[in-house]
Design a protein. Sequence first.
Length: 497
Amino acid sequence: MTATQRIVIVGGGTAGWMAAALFARFRPAPYAQITLVESDAIGTIGVGEATVPLIQHLNQVLGIHEPDFVAATQGTFKLGIEFVDWCRVGNRHFHGFGDYGEDIDGVPPHHHWLRLHAAGMPEPIEHWSMPWAAASRDRFAPPQAMNGAAAAFKHAYHFDAGLYAQLLRRHAEANGVTRIEGRIAQVLRDGESGDVTALNLDGGREIAGDVFIDCSGFVSLLLGRTLGVDFVDWTHWLPCDRAMAVGSARGGRFTPFTRSTARAAGWQWRIPLQHRSGNGMVYASRHLSDDEAAATLLANLDGAPLGDPRPLKFTTGRRARFWEHNVVAIGLAAGFMEPLESTSIQLIQTGLARLIELLPSGVIDPAIVTEYNRQTITEYERIRDFLIAHYCLTQRDEPLWQECRAMTLPDTLAHKLATWDASARVPLYDLESHQEPSWVAILTGQERLPRGWDATAGQTDATRLAALFAERRDALARAAEKMPPHDRFIERTCMAI
Ligand code: FAD
């Protein structure tokens, strides 16, 4: 049997405790000895409340049941994101966790929708999406409670990130993870290999390890600061560099979706939780001062603010490499993209899954490091392109949005848009998180309509097509009406106690 691997996790935010819980599950003693170091004095970033459906899988593998999870985190259900004023003021569109139905005559439904739309049908494509049918009525039931076409969707959650970290911590500690509280003052390296060997805490305590998972947040203590891995700056594509966050008393509708409202120099989020709403402004400091951002945020809350807005600074981008020597950075230590599609926690989860898959119990072969970095870089870049598409396709005319419209796009995104324009198809690359229906939601929502559609769709009998569309839309509406109101569903099944 190989020696026990000493895995040291640096940081106890969402990334650190997700790492701890997953490693405890997949590398239990005696295969690994897992230690997590965090500093209460430094604290965590304390934001990150909206997710994508992948998180269900994380809870499943950890054995955390949905009602317990939602109750413990003051959570609510999320069927997608409503985008308000993004294309231009007055425009609304919905990116739901679902598609627009099955192929008709072998062709995806959005081609047929494009044909009907060109013929004058005014309804947006989300009217054929089950998440929208439910979300627009503030209703929720999980897909397993539904039948047929009405069951073809996924859901995610909104939750209190601090409470989720506590839940994961309880789970990880119960499964053998040792937590050490203290500030890391020094990181020690092997003189020959350059590997990290140990952490020195204030007060002199030393923690030695074989593998170090850097979840230290924006400071990127091990990967960035100690190993000097460069940061690849994407600000020229995603120009926002500040956020202002504030909780508010829960008021108005208890929506099963996140709302993102574009503003003159950025955008505002609203995330409904059981005990409060999470709100924030993401903005470009070149175009908006902190005071103006705070004023805009406070002027657009559903309920009374629960304190002063908290400013956060960030630089969008990623580390040039995520795994270097025996250090792997996860979470904010690895990079940051704004929470427009709630993808940060997803990137933590996929990074950890990849690491668990590739990390050997013995010597680290350079090939696996290269492969980990290749996959992770690709995944980051695919998400980056999806976010840029929200920015560059707007018709708004404030300076920020004009700049975004004029920017030179990454080749990968430029090719995607050109192919869409020419064929109504979205070419997907390796490790693409967002599949065609997600792209269709954003492209049609931002009124980027292609020049044509699949020629076969043009041959479907027009009367039959109109009947099929009416049938699906009405069936989804009927199914949604049978779902309980979102707040009642939570009260019945998973109210926080
Ligand atoms: P942190 O929470 O910052 O944790 C870092 C940890 O490292 C802390 O425990 C700290 O004490 C420790 N540490 C640092 N230095 C030391 C040291 N010297 N010694 C000891 N310990 C140390 N993601 C989503 O998926 N959905 C969202 O809706 C979303 N919204 C966001 C909104 C904003 C404005 C921002 C900025 C981010 C958002 N994110 C969102 C991202 C999300 O917040 C993070 O991905 C997530 O919280 C993980 O953070 P982390 O654990 O990497 O870092």
